[in-house]
Design a protein around this ligand. Structure first.
Ligand code: CA
Length: 221
C-alpha cells in the first residue's frame, strides 16, 4: 500500500515514516501543502496522512481542493490544534478520520488501517477469500489457518488485491503500491510476484485477466 504523508514537522515525519515502512507501507513524504496537493492529484494512494498547519497551502485547503477534484482516497488528518470546531471543519471538508497531536504511534497505525479498510468496503479487520485469510494487524496471510511466510513485496501485492476483492486491478496500479519512489522497478515484477504467490497460497487465488490485470474473487467469495 502506498501512502502519502504530508507533514512539516521533521521529527514527526521521521518517526511516522519509520513506523509505516516497518509496517509494510510505501511512503511518499511532502512538507508543503502545494506540492502535496499536486502529488495527491497525480499519484495513486491507498491513503493520505495530512497535517493541517503547512507551508504554502494549509492542509484544510489541500483537502478541499482534492475533494472538489474527485480525489477520493481516504484522508487521516493530524492536527496540533485539536478543538472540536476544527475536527468538525476537517470532517466536513472530506477527512475520513482525525487524530489530535500528540498521538500514540499504535493509534495512528490502527486508524490508518481502518480508513484503508473502510474505503475498500470492508468493515471487519481481517479479509478472507476461500481458504486464504489476510490479517493486516499482524501483517499475516494464512491458508486454512496456517500462516505463510511472504516477502514484503509479496505481502503488499496480495494485501492490495484482497483489499480490492472482486475488482480487476491493472498491473500498473499494482506496481504503484509495491515500490518506493526511488526503488528500481522491474517491468515483470508483478508477474513474478503473482507466480510466487500462486505457489505459496494456491493457484486459484489470483486470476489473470489478460490485457487488464489481476483479481482475487472475481466470482464472489
Ligand atoms: Ca505543521
Amino acid at each position: 500500500m502506498r501512502v502519502l504523508l504530508v507533514e512539516d514537522d521533521v521529527r514527526i515525519s521521521r518517526d511516522v515514516t519509520e513506523l509505516l515502512v516497518a509496517n509494510g507501507y510505501i511512503v511518499d513524504h511532502e512538507v508543503d501543502g502545494e506540492k502535496a496537493w499536486f502529488k495527491g492529484g497525480t499519484e495513486d494512494y491507498a491513503a493520505v496522512i495530512l497535517d493541517l498547519g503547512l507551508p504554502q497551502m494549509d492542509g484544510l485547503s489541500v483537502l478541499k481542493k482534492w475533494r472538489s477534484e474527485e480525489r477520493l482516497f481516504p484522508v487521516l488528518v493530524l492536527s496540533a490544534r485539536g478543538t472540536w470546531r476544527e475536527r468538525v471543519e476537517g470532517i466536513d471538508a472530506g477527512a475520513d478520520d482525525y487524530l489530535p497531536k500528540p498521538f500514540e504511534m499504535d493509534e495512528l497505525l490502527a486508524r490508518l488501517r481502518a480508513v484503508i479498510r473502510r474505503s475498500a468496503g470492508h468493515a471487519a479487520p481481517t479479509m478472507t477469500h476461500g481458504e486464504v485469510t489476510l490479517d493486516p494487524i499482524k501483517m499475516r496471510v494464512s491458508v486454512k489457518g496456517v500462516p505463510k511466510s511472504l516477502s514484503p513485496q509479496e505481502y503488499r501485492l496480495i494485501s492490495y488485491l484482497m483489499h480490492h476483492k472482486g475488482r480487476v486491478v491493472p498491473q500498473q496500479e499494482l506496481a504503484e503500491h509495491l515500490h518506493g519512489e526511488y526503488e528500481e522497478r522491474e517491468s515483470n515484477a508483478v508477474e513474478v510476484l503473482v507466480g510466487r504467490l500462486r505457489r505459496k497460497l494456491g493457484v486459484e487465488l489470483i486470476e489473470t485477466h489478460r490485457g487488464f490485470g489481476y483479481v482475487v474473487g472475481a466470482n464472489g467469495p
